[in-house]
Write a protein of this length. Sequence first.
Lengths: 322, 328
Amino acid sequence: MTEVSIVVPLYNEQDNVARLCAATHEALVGMPRAYEIVLVDDGSSDDTVPVAAAIARNDARVRLVVLARNSGQTAAMAAGMAHARGQYLVTMDGDLQNDPRDIPLLVDTLEKDYDLVAGWRMKRQDKLVTRKIPSRVANWLIGKITGIPIRDNGCSLKAYRASVMRHVPLYSEMHRFIPAMSSIAGARIVQVPVRHHARQFGQSKYGLSRIYKVLLDLIAIRLVVAYANRPLVWFLKMAIAPAVLAAAFTAGGIVRAVGGEYSLPLFGSGLILALAVGFLLALGSLGELAKHFARGDVVPLVTASAKYSKPIPSPTDSKDQP
Amino acid sequence: MIDIDIIVPITGRTDDLTALHRLRGEALRAAGYRPSFFYVIDGDLPQARDTLTALARSRDDASLIQLSRRFGETAAVLAGFASTKTERLMILPAFEQVETASLGRVLDALADSDFVTVRRSPRCDSALRRGQSYIFEALLRRVGNSQVRDPGCTVHALKRTVLEETPLYGEQHGFLPVLAANVGFKVTEIDLPQARRDAGRRVQPPRHYVHRLVDILSVFFLTRFTRRPLRFFGPLGAACTVAGLLGLAIVVVQRLALGVPLADRPALILSSLCVAVGLQVLAIGLIGELIVFINARSMRQYRVREVIEAGAEKQWPKPALRTQAAAD
């Protein structure tokens, strides 16, 4: 009976696959739980599939899921999780920057009554200006906006209870926001410091170009995290500013009119903004309608109370760092 | 001999169907296939119905499906699909578009591909028609990430799973290769000579071009932003709102601090309009996100080609057949 499934999305990692599997096996020798590695090829254009397939055919602990086309990291993770058999899921990058030796710690922490264990890279081995600083800003923003202050959302090394992940919708580029999304489902989240290595082979697939996408995604996440159950409230809040402006302009217009001078710009602007308010309220009602006709629960409730806890002290000391 | 079910949607333009049926049957049998044709008449086309009724009565390899009213070409294809049984299918227009004698090659190409579409080459159309096709193709390539060089050609061969797993909308039967590639199917395009009879004479009514443009726009949206509507509406709405707010700030400062009069300028109304429109566009994007989130768990994010593990190599089981309301 497989207990732990390690899900690894791969995209053009032909040089890393074999090392990754070997390192994982080596790291988990002492772990008393049965595990499997679920490799997910996300439409690689290099020799990742033949290399990984050769490993999967000869090793009963490794399975390879090949996606028909490049579908993105989130979809690859979702596919891996859908094919995983374990009750604990661990996700990890395919580029060996995460250290599989951290897996037992994550799983043990998970078993102590948590639903999600997020790793954070304590000594990150990346370029400062292009990777670390943007990431710090992004993490701060994500924490502020979603209300789940995760220190390192970009760290793929995370462990989840499979029963909880079944209720978390994974789509588009949601993998960055899994903690926030699973907090909707009431997941109990904890953070653990993990090791991090510099990339040895292959190309990094991230850059600075995605910032505006992440920002838009954040707004969307904020909406669904906080307001999926009551969309009208969100749109009411959006309507406050134009309503205030509309009232101010109209009041100004009335004051002028009382003074005997009609002001077209003031009345016109007031009317236009009032129209926008009406439109926003109508859209909010439409959101309520969409929610009403959704099949099943909009927001799944897994556990009764969600709690967020501070990072627990790590058993891995800095002397253990490579 | 391999059995092949062929769907022929009939929406208007037809050649002599009896002769075409015979020619196509002969060509495919010569290439080693045993075809059965499913003619689907979309709406009220009495002439085609009479011809095909006679054909279906007299021959085993022809069936006729009559839709109760006009539903569009896609619905006709799906209605025909519901009657087919073979693993490999063909969709052919109700007129000769490529040389009939070479149809077997389309099916042959299906051996290492999920979907085969045809480019009419060499083409014998007039320059005007070729120009139209070129514009259409260039638009589709830009907006739909399409690799298809002749989207106007509706001679297709495909595996059954393609129609089961590709969501089809409206009139977009012609976009099938683009949508299938978007789901993750392997689409190949082969060159076949255009039929002489297909060349040239038609000029379409303006309505036709409007429909095509609308379809291209929906393909654009469906292939790029279905998962993230805010990524489309967000930048538009935010830009508009920010411009409006800036305008408002400038107008207010001018009026209050500098004493520039407002009454004879549209600046205030224009700025308010920008804010109002921008907020509305943003809000529509947000509603879209909400709908995506609500339905995310029943959405298909990916398509698994195969699962490889120790022991036997196995294909991942096919998902349940998608139901199509329009085809009922």
